[in-house]
Design a protein around this ligand. Structure first.
Ligand code: IFM
Length: 497
């Protein structure tokens, strides 16, 4: 399909909206399973703009990006892609890309401006119309309930280290289930929970900018409780709700064959990949620490294991790049290696903290994206098959996967955006996903990050992860070559189309 066809036609309207119960991944020849759900993903704060419209409350990220020195180039997300006003354009783009699933997030402060109390009708109405638009085009709405924008009023009450937030979050989940649960059936309570707890409270790169390991541990436990309480509240409000996750994960490989590095790698996996998954499935936190789990420091109370256990219906996670892990005896200390949201902030050779005692590196052997992340396709196979093995072959959704390259429109190409490196990235990652499916992994979807270039958190607009180029001065959207390629893959279900 050429650019003109892409822009003027919708090749293939995505199929009927019934979700297969069990998409057992039997890839035939070089085709993906016939029911495979091709998708893209975004997050409210990164694309919506309209930061103070229609009764929306201030979020922690509004406060943070309005504070000098926190965001690269002093950028804000006040307007960003303006998707709040351009939602029809965005849905049309998703449809033209032949997507069958769209993962978006709901901004909590649009629904409850201060995080508690009666819902804001205008906020609910916005998402209700959005979901209707997706369904009208045959696109599955996949809702992330929290992608990092906390009502500032709750941050003022202590944020996630305050255990009360689990209860507030459950109320919010119940509101979403009651008002949208007749149409949304696929829900992920949190996007990358380890990341916002660690970067927000452990090292201060995200709001509220605290650097206190004790607060990080408390935040992790509150979020663990909130995940389960939220799942129950959703299901109580909507009999159609299926609840999974959108965890950030990275396949971890030991630096050497030593027993110590092997054990450190297992701790990394427990802490960064499956902490919340394990808690939901079993009621226990996995062994992420050298000694006992620091229950007291986490604010664990008697019977919390009963609250934590709330088995997920399916397991969703992202994959960007790998880690190499080694054991350390040293004490913690944040270093300076930062790669956006795929962050490792350990100082060189030291561990993050005294309790986990591992050091995680992000290798730079392979080709690098413009965000400095190594392209490592095999990690997709390794991670998907590992999670399949460890959690009894759950249905898996790949909730994010993508790359930042700074390609821009070229006059000589009629305004097109040639981004061959992004196409190569997706082709190689998807080939490894297909291999995992052939080997028995029950993967039912892949969501490319991301539909549009957008606000990349503390990196502002300095990174471009989109399949669609956005001119942030005019708001104009221009599908990159990768969007054309991906729409073809989605239409034909094949990588070699
Ligand atoms: O933009 C982010 C997204 O919000 C969460 N996952 C990683 C992406 C790229 O850094």
């Amino acid at each position: 399909m050429n650019r003109r066809e892409f822009v003027s036609t919708s090749l293939l309207t995505a199929g009927a909206m019934t979700l297969p119960e069990n998409v057992l991944g039997e890839a035939v020849g070089s085709a993906f399973p016939s029911e495979f759900l091709w998708g893209t993903a975004t997050a409210a704060f990164q694309v919506e703009g309209a930061w103070n419209e229609d009764g929306k409350g201030e979020s922690n990220w509004d406060r943070f990006n309005h504070t000098q020195g926190k965001i690269r180039g002093g950028a804000t997300a006040d307007v960003s892609c303006d998707s709040y006003h351009r939602m029809a354009d965005d849905v049309a783009l998703v449809q033209r890309m032949n997507m069958k699933s769209y993962r978006f997030s709901i901004s909590w402060p649009r629904i409850q401006p201060t995080g508690v109390g009666a819902p804001n009708a205008k906020g609910l109405d916005h998402y209700s119309r959005f979901v209707d638009m997706l369904l009208a085009k045959g696109i599955r709405p996949f809702c992330t309930m929290y992608h990092w924008d906390l009502p500032q009023a709750l941050e003022d009450k202590g944020g996630w280290p305050n255990r009360d937030l689990a209860g507030y979050y459950a109320e919010y989940a119940g509101i979403l289930g009651k008002h949208l649960g007749d149409r949304i059936t696929v829900w992920a309570p949190f996007n990358m929970p380890w990341t916002f707890c660690y970067l927000g409270y452990g090292v201060g790169a995200f709001p509220p900018g605290r650097s206190d390991y004790g607060l990080f541990l408390k935040a992790m436990h509150t979020v663990g409780l909130a995940q389960s309480e939220g799942l129950r509240a959703l299901k109580a409000a909507s009999s159609k709700a299926t609840v999974g996750s959108a965890y950030g994960m990275a396949p971890a490989y030991p630096k050497t064959n030593s027993e110590a590095d092997g054990a450190a790698t297992a701790r990394y996996h427990a802490m960064n990949n499956v902490f919340f998954l394990h808690a939901a499935m079993t009621g226990e936190y996995p062994k992420a620490f050298v000694g006992e789990t620091p229950y007291r420091q986490m604010g664990f109370q008697p019977r919390d294991e009963k609250i934590l256990k709330a088995p997920l219906d399916w397991v969703g996670f992202h994959y960007y790049t790998r880690r190499i892990v080694s054991a350390t005896n040293g004490t913690g200390g944040a270093g300076s290696a930062s790669f956006g949201t795929e962050t490792e902030l350990d100082g060189s050779g030291s561990s993050r903290d005294d309790l986990t005692r591992f050091h995680a590196e992000m290798p730079t052997e392979g080709p690098l994206t413009d965000a400095g992340l190594e392209v490592y396709p095999q990690g997709m196979y390794d991670l998907v098959t590992q999670i399949s093995r460890e959690y009894d072959h759950p249905v898996i959704e790949i909730t994010e996967s993508g790359c930042s390259y700074l390609d821009a429109p070229l006059e000589s190409k009629g305004g097109g955006v040639p981004d061959a490196r992004r196409i190569a990235f997706f082709r190689s990652y998807l080939a490894e996903l297909q291999r995992a499916i052939r080997d028995g992994a029950r993967v039912r979807s892949y969501h490319a990050w991301t539909l549009l270039d957008n606000f990349e958190w503390a990196d502002g607009y300095s990174q471009r992860y989109g399949l669609t180029y956005v001119d942030f001065r005019s708001g104009k959207r221009m599908p990159k070559d990768s969007a054309l390629w991906y729409s073809k893959v989605a239409a034909t279900n094949r990588l070699d189309a």
